[in-house]
Design a protein around this ligand. Sequence first.
Ligand SMILES: [Zn+2]
Length: 160
Amino acid sequence: MIQLADVGEAAVVNRYLQRVPVDLDAMAADLGLEVERSPLSENIAGKLVRDARARAGYRIVINSRDSSRRQRFTFAHELAHYMLHRDLVDEVVDNALYRSPNLGDDMERQADRFAAQLLLPANEVRRAYAREKALARLAELFDVSDQALRIRLRELRLAP
Ligand SMILES: [Zn+2]
């Protein structure tokens, strides 16, 4: 379960965390966000920008040149910025290391952690890991990179 200051938003998010791979497009649409996949410069992973046409007032832009699993991590990272940091900054432009000029490293780490919670919900990871230990198959199940999966398994104390 994800906790957010906005209880309604948390309810929407938690509904999508019950089925994997987590449907980020449906979650974003439900939150009122516009999502755009465009070829960006190779040192930009993604952005969160203002968009008056979006119900939520924001658009997430994902670098479509990246691999699909990396694009999913970018998507989740920008969703995290929207939910956690939108009142602090007007827009976020994340470089390839998921760092942006106008947010501190602690907030970027917070967005990374939150992204992992969205892509790899704790309950679902524990349940899947009880049946399946092969990293490649688990990564496929959640549609995440092996690296993101390994970090999350450590975080949940399921693997060393
Ligand atoms: Zn970021």
